[in-house]
Design a protein around this ligand. Sequence first.
Ligand code: GCB
Length: 602
Amino acid sequence: MKRKLLLFMLSMTACVDMMAIEEVAAPMNVYARDVLSLNGKWNYIIDQQNIGYYDYRMNPTPWGFFLDAKANHPSDLVEYNFDKSETLDVPGDWNTQDEKLFWYEGTVWYRKKFQWTPQTGRRALLYFAASNYMTRVWVNGKKAGEHEGGFTPFCFDVSDAVKKGENTVVVMVNNVRRKENIPTQIFDWWNYGGITRDVMMVSVPQIYIDDYFVQLRKGDRKTVDVNVRLNKSCAGKKVVLSIPELKVNKQMTTDENGVSSVSLRIKPVLWSPKNPKLYRVNLTMEDDTVKDEIGFRTIETRGKQILLNGKPIFLKGVSCHEETAYTSRRCNSAEDADTLISWAKDLGCNFMRLAHYPHNEHAIREAERQGILLWEELPCYWTIDWTNKKTFACAKRQLTDMIARDKNRANVIIWSIANETPHSDARDNFLSRLAQYARTQDSTRLISMAMEVTGASNYVNRLHDNMSKYVDVVSFNQYIGWYRDVNDAPKMKWEIPYNKPVIISEFGGGAVAGFHGDKEKRWTEEFQENLYVQNLAMLDKIEGLAGTTPWVLKDFRSPRRMEPVVQKGFNRKGLFSDQGKRKKAFYVMKKWYEKKDLQYKK
Ligand code: GCB
């Protein structure tokens, strides 16, 4: 009995333990918390040589820009001034906000002032939905922490750094491309830099619900597995889960890890593209309540089929970058996502491949509300530094954070771990560990990756990839008609020796909207149209084809596409132009999807 009491007291001290400024897990569903948005105008300073961080011997300087110093005396020397500097909008990439920064790859310092009132018994977190690529953060001159990776959230407990009244946050963002980064040095999209997503202060109790997973068990449409984790290892905390519409009201108790799990029998109306039904779900632990909207559905494979809620589905998809319609900047809101989703819907899609990195949470939720299934992807793109341990750790961290953020979203059905990676033992080792790890984080979704055709002789396209045994869905990109003669398409046969569903994760070719001519003439809409006609006829012959995500929804910026007459800095493979004009291939694709609807209705 005494021992029990001692253990309980020890666990209580662990619970209320004061924390230093440190990185903490980004709380699940942050938008539903008590938040103060720090979005808006931030003063910025371009720092090509990192003088705000290193001295002239390249040692970190204690007098860096993070101090946000002022010259208080006429003789003071301060060689920067945030107050007098221009501003950038946050969230937003820096490239499209200031002409000087369009091509810039380097460091930019940001500063924001905000009012804060610390509340007794509550902690203050500083949350970044993402900033690209390397980020360092200071609050009132104190270092909060650093983060690597441009597309996933991160969060610091800054309770011990904030004060009543005016506070300052200074952020150093650097988007230099490096061989060891994820993504690596080269990639076919614009390297948008800056604080590209929302920033906010989050007020939470000392002990709060940090993470939860409320999802139907794989293959079981009536059992929901619930797992709740507190931010601290506190035993004996009561957590109440309620789903009013399903008459669920369940009290759970945390174990010594601050975790509580339960399985419940429910009879939900299942979420599907046709009926994207979401249920209000409330989780309460003492004075902490988190409200979410969660949909229930199952996703599995059976042989070469993908089953949604137990029934075969054809994934009528399209690939898409996180770049806005019309303005071609980084997306960062539900409205930005909405336009792209509406274009995908016009095409007849029920599925989108969010290439080639995790997109923002607003986009995921908007797609969920609108019944669009999603493929989410890690930026393990092309030839990354397979043998570098830090690179693996970075990829694993991005995978953890992507799954942690979106694992309650009914529309997310596929975690993709890579795109077009060259075969080698080192790559297999790296990616197989990622795939296995993904399953430990989420046992309910499908794993895939965009592979490449490994050999084509005598018009037989072979897909032999050691990674096939680690994925649930075999997906690959192929560019017959663009990087290879379109007249080969009718002769093509396929060798895909796996009893798994197949997704063609990319095919397509470039065209300039409004440029017409012969179908043999590259860059005309007719060339692209013919390419689609030939490709779709060819894809129809693939046994086990369960979906396609043609490349790509809209023309997007890429520094690899600098041909000055047609490309002008854009990859022109869009079915829509960057200005939203539909190209002829759009109608070919749409018609093919209409045909699929009829086939799948049978
Ligand atoms: C690919 C890549 C994609 C490129 C595309 C292209 O295979 O996965 O990122 O943009 O080809 O346009 O060449």
